[in-house]
Design a protein around this ligand. Structure first.
Ligand SMILES: Nc1ncnc2c1ncn2[C@@H]1O[C@H](COP(=O)(O)OP(=O)(O)OP(=O)(O)O)[C@@H](O)[C@H]1O
Ligand SMILES: [Mg+2]
Length: 178
């Protein structure tokens, strides 16, 4: 069960701001990471993934994998290490048996993979021991709430760093002579 209080709670005022938050997350990502994006239709899950892709220097545009359940993108960590971003959208998953057919387990087993899942509630069992859950919520036309619930130490550290990055992005760094 997730903690009742998010470790990080952000209001995004535009799709671009959501992408920027995703970009910071992508830059902090590590192979083996799993991010679960939970929220209703249009809450900004795919928009956030576009930002994660940007942070991972993915060159192909990330769209909603509407008719396929998963799409794979090549990217890089800031230190140049190649990674693969697996963007999985389970909205159309009819039954858990389909999981075997589209190879979710293979993505999770890829040591160079970063796995981001939309509609993770379609999964029946608790497949992951540790993960970062991000709850997205519609607030107003161009406003979304993003609440981060890390599970496990790796993700607690990740969210602390993300918090620092996002806060740092809001302040203008002092220039010499300021
Ligand atoms: N602050 C915001 N953050 C993210 N998206 C926003 C924001 N404001 C408006 N939007 C718009 O909301 C829509 C979000 O769509 P998106 O495809 O990212 O949602 P989704 O959660 O992936 O939906 P689905 O469950 O259908 O896959 C986009 O049209 C985007 O431009
Ligand atoms: Mg989507």
């Amino acid at each position: 069960m997730r903690s009742p209080v998010p470790a990080l709670d952000i209001i995004s005022h535009s799709p671009e701001q959501t992408r920027r938050i995703g970009m910071h997350l992508g830059r902090l990502a590590r192979p083996g990471d799993v991010y679960l994006l939970h929220g209703p239709l249009g809450s900004g899950k795919t928009t956030l993934v576009q930002g994660i892709a940007r942070g991972l220097e993915v060159e192909d545009y990330v769209q909603s994998p509407t008719f396929v359940l998963a799409s794979e993108h090549s990217g890089h960590l800031p230190d140049g290490i190649p990674v693969r971003l697996y963007h999985i959208d389970l909205y159309r998953l009819e039954e858990p048996g389909e999981l075997a057919t589209f190879g979710l387990m293979d993505y999770l087993d890829d040591p160079d993979g970063i796995v981001v899942i939309e509609w993770p509630e379609r999964l029946t069992s608790d497949l992951f021991e540790q993960y970062l859950l991000i709850e997205l919520e519609f607030v107003a036309d161009s406003k979304r709430r993003l609440a981060f619930y890390p599970s496990g130490e790796r993700y607690q550290r990740l969210v602390s760093r993300l918090k620092a990055e996002v806060a740092g992005g809001r302040r203008r760094p002092a220039a010499p002579g300021d």
